[in-house]
Design a protein around this ligand. Structure first.
Ligand code: BGC
Length: 883
């Protein structure tokens, strides 16, 4: 009941940085190791963009009691209230609990809300403004339901492994593109007055083994979650990069991840949370745990966690590592008062900085039922009232959704100008993926099936469709308008009927195929979240071959959560066009019709299309490789994922056709042609880099003369306790009894790493300074400009891409460092400009522990994809640039 059942001290055995659950296994020195970083950094009042909110929050938190502060940090338990996560409340000040809700394509578990295209497809637009607008619209819908914190956007997974189950929730395996996605999404969501959450920090690259319990349920014999073993350089240059963009853009919350990084759990890893996120990146928001990703009490507080979600140790246990245990831990000094104050201050600063003011708007929906009347405390069925007001929050978002999905759709092949379609005489549409799910668009819980057209993948990153326009519906409507004969067969297995239809004269056939994936708690066709392979589902390859055996004009449309293998048929002359339409959301059919009929200019692929699964060089770790211990996933490829890997393979062995991609990163056709000319680069007068120096302030303690007598924190007699609900109060005046921990009484020194409770001023890292890191990283060093001419007959969008070769043996051939999307009328030219910042030209130096521009020559490349780069130039630096 009171949440004080599992002690703040239980299960806290610090091994280096690794506070692991007892029984303790001695650290195996052969395993990757996460160094300790303590104490947990407190807020920096001089940080940009927080001044007003910080002062308000400081005044607010200073007036709170100890249990009230604890209530801000601890969720009330799984299904304890209406949102997917709910913090405790502060009734005395009219502040209800904060409402946290998924997710990355819109509101989860709601009704009368929109379903947006997946992040991955929005990345394929390469359009910052559209990404921002999408996020703002998502934020507006969240706001309309009373949600305070939206659990999006996603940069972990970034997409290290093409078969990764949740890659579609994020943006792209390129950190620069994902960084833009994160920053614009953070800005867009916040602009709607909702707190954005950058997740999952970090290294959450596959579903297998992310949680030991989940894996056990799938029959794997492991007792700890997997460890993503990531070296310092790779961490900075790849996995952390987009989170840095989110922090720079002022993201309010960061969600730490389930799995371990270098053998320390994501939500108690002091190197990640204290060191990288709060110290180096200067993150001023708060860190929340992923759902059940907290494994310790005091240790996770010391390591930088600020909010535990959903609050209970495991769903509905009624126990919490925090709640009453955090109250106790502060009373006995194992969690210093300043640490709790900092948690509360971070949360309230973010609340005020997002324009939220207690009393917060009413929450008008429930995650746990679509009935109008139901229990507030769904976990135990109590407090029945009107909980769903069915507020329609869709506003005018449908055209935006349609536009994003269309502009993200990638035209991979278009032979002989077969597209765009123009009143074809006879259109045959083939495949289950063109039609509806017989159970309805929301028929499978959390979309855990692959029936009908794939407009959303599965897991917590889902949302209920308000409607779903299927490709069959939209194409048929278009055909009727045009006087086109139209027939569809919405099955993959009607072989004879399909052949008989598509072999008829004049047939333009569009075959719809898909490949699905999702989150690890649901398995679909034995895909445990991650895809088992990269082939099309439901016999898609056979279906395509069946059609091409009869029809010389076969257009293939792929809905998928990442690359699929096209190898067997992409160069068949009867395959005249190929489009990737990703995971498009509610307007699916309208969006694909807009592209097929040339009303919208398509996007560019945000990942590489390899010939084989093996050609990617990374694979899902799908078998435990460390006995019953944490599976060890060594990210030994370093920064070489996706195109960086393919480019290196080609550079090493230009003749190895199997190693070359079919369609490279950044590739995509349009309905016109473009020419690049007049590359100009200005700048180069680079000021010397000044490392940050000095100290932090002392950790502020906000409340004076606080009673440390447990008797003052007993469960109030005037509150009727709800079963399983987590409270900050103690259920005994004897702290040992309240904790129920046999080890109660250990001091912080006995079980925490050195320095963990030290609130004295701390030295600043040279790479730190402001949100995003050392502010000089964001200085513009060069501006690149190029002229783009539309040499075709129709208006079209071009996506100029700027890559840089940083030089040096261990560096990628090229990395993306700038892009834009420009609309160019036929025969006309536009000048595209982009800036290169110091960060763009730096690498992470593990010795110096800072970003450094190395001494190698740097080449800038400009063109329309990662392998079509007609223009290049060497950067001319002034003296004094290099370290
Ligand atoms: C997922 C998160 C999600 C949370 C709440 C977890 O299982 O990993 O992405 O936000 O559940 O639904």
């Amino acid at each position: 009941m009171k949440g004080s059942l599992v002690s703040a001290l239980a299960a806290l055995v610090a091994v280096g940085d690794v506070a692991v659950a007892t029984p303790m296994t001695p650290r195996d020195d052969a395993l990757a190791y996460s160094p300790p970083h303590y104490p947990s950094p407190w807020m920096n009042p001089a940080a940009e963009d927080i001044k007003y909110a910080y002062d308000r929050a400081r005044a607010f938190v200073s007036g709170l009691t100890l249990p009230e502060k604890v209530n801000l940090t601890t969720g009330v338990g799984w299904m304890g209230e209406r949102c997917v996560g709910n913090t405790g409340s502060i009734p005395r000040l009219g502040m209800r609990g904060l409402c946290l809700q998924d997710g990355p394509v819109g509101i989860r578990f709601g009704d009368y809300n929109s379903v947006f295209p997946a992040g991955q497809l929005s990345a394929a637009t390469w359009d910052r403004v559209l990404i921002n607008k999408r996020a703002r619209a998502m934020g507006e819908e969240a706001k309309g339901k009373g949600i305070d914190i939206l659990l999006a956007p996603v940069a972990g997974p970034i997409g290290r492994i093409p078969a990764g189950g949740r890659n579609w929730e994020g943006f792209s395996p390129d950190p620069y593109l994902t960084g833009v996605g994160m920053a614009e999404s953070a800005r867009g969501i916040r602009s709607a007055g909702v707190i954005a959450t950058a997740k999952h920090f970090v290294g959450n690259e596959q579903e297998h083994f992310r949680q030991a319990g989940e894996a056990q349920g799938q029959g794997f014999d492991i007792d700890e979650s997997m460890s993503s073993n990531i070296d310092d350089k790779t961490m900075h240059e790849l996995y952390m990069w987009p989170f840095a963009d989110a922090v720079y853009a002022g993201v309010g919350a960061v969600m730490c991840s389930y799995q371990q990084v270098n053998n320390s759990y994501g939500c108690q890893n002091s190197k990640l949370l204290n060191g990288l996120l709060k110290d180096e990146l200067g993150f001023q928001g708060f860190v929340m745990s992923d759902w059940q990703a907290q494994h310790t009490g005091v240790a996770s507080a010391a390591a930088g966690l600020d909010m535990t979600m959903p609050g209970d140790t495991t769903f509905n246990s009624g126990d919490s590592f925090w709640g009453a245990n955090l109250t106790l831990a502060v009373l006995n000094g194992t969690v210093p008062a300043w640490r709790l104050d900092d948690m509360a201050l971070r949360i309230m600063t973010t609340v005020f900085n997002t324009g939220l003011e207690p009393p917060l708007p009413e929450i008008n929906f429930s995650s746990w039922t679509l009935d109008t009347v139901g229990p507030i405390h769904a976990s135990v069925g109590e407090n029945v009232e009107v909980i769903n007001q069915h507020v329609n929050v869709q506003s005018d978002h449908a055209p935006l959704i349609r536009e994003v999905a269309a502009k993200g759709t990638v035209l991979l092949k278009n032979e002989g100008g077969v597209l765009p379609l123009n009143k074809p005489k006879f259109l045959a549409v083939i495949g289950e993926d063109a039609g509806p799910n017989p159970r309805g668009p929301n028929g499978c819980p959390d979309r855990g099936c692959d029936d009908g057209t794939l407009a959303m993948a599965w897991g917590s990153g889902t949302s209920n469709f308000p409607y779903l326009v299927t490709p069959d519906q939209a194409l048929q409507a278009q055909a009727l308008e045009d006087g086109t004969r139209y027939e569809s067969i919405l099955s993959n297995y009607q072989n004879a009927a399909t052949r008989a239809l598509v072999r008829q004269d004049n047939a333009t056939t569009i075959v719809f195929v898909n490949a699905d994936s999702g989150e690890g708690y649901i398995a679909v066709d034995e895909n445990l979240g991650d895809r088992k392979n990269l082939t099309l589902w439901k016999g898609g390859d056979e279906l395509i071959k069946n059609v091409t055996s009869e029809c010389a004009n076969t257009i293939v449309v792929i809905h998928s959560t990442g690359p699929v293998l096209l190898t067997e048929w992409y160069d068949n002359p009867n395959v005249t066009a190929i489009l990737w339409a990703g995971v498009p959301g509610q307007e699916s059919g309208n969006s694909i019709t807009d592209v097929l009929y040339g009303r919208v200019s398509p996007g560019r692929t945000p990942f590489t299309w390899g010939r084989t699964l093996e050609s990617y060089g990374t694979a899902i770790l799908d078998k435990p490789n460390n006995g019953g211990g944490a599976p060890q996933d060594d990210f030994s490829e370093g920064v070489f994922i996706d195109y960086r890997h393919f480019d290196r393979a080609t550079a090493r062995n230009p003749d190895d056709a199997d190693a070359a991609p079919i369609y490279e990163f950044g590739f995509g056709l349009s309905y016109t042609t473009f020419e690049y000319s007049d590359l100009q680069i200005s700048g180069g007068a680079v000021r010397e880099y000044t490392p940050t120096e000095g100290e932090t302030i002392e950790a502020p303690v906000l409340s004076e003369d606080v009673s440390t007598d447990p008797a003052d924190y007993q469960f109030p007699t005037d509150i009727r306790p709800i079963e399983q609900f987590l409270y900050p109060f103690l259920n005994s005046t004897d702290p040992e009894k309240a904790s129920r921990d046999p080890k109660y009484g250990q001091t912080a020194e006995e079980f925490l790493p050195p320095g963990a409770t030290d609130g004295s001023p701390q030295p600043l890292l040279r790479s730190s300074g402001q949100p995003g890191g050392n502010p000089q990283l964001w200085e513009v060093l060069f501006t690149v400009s190029v002229t783009i001419t539309n040499t075709g007959d129709v208006e079209g969008d071009e996506v100029p891409q700027v890559y840089v070769s940083l030089g040096g043996d261990d560096e990628p051939v090229r990395v993306l460092r700038g892009f834009g999307r420009v609309t160019v009328p036929p025969g006309e030219s536009v000048v595209f400009k982009t800036d290169l910042t110091r960060r763009d030209l730096s690498g992470w130096d593990v010795e110096v522990q800072d970003w450094v521009i190395n001494e190698h020559e740097k080449t800038v490349w400009v063109g329309s994809s990662s392998r079509n780069l007609p223009l290049s130039a060497t950067l001319e630096f002034d003296e004094g640039t290099y370290e």
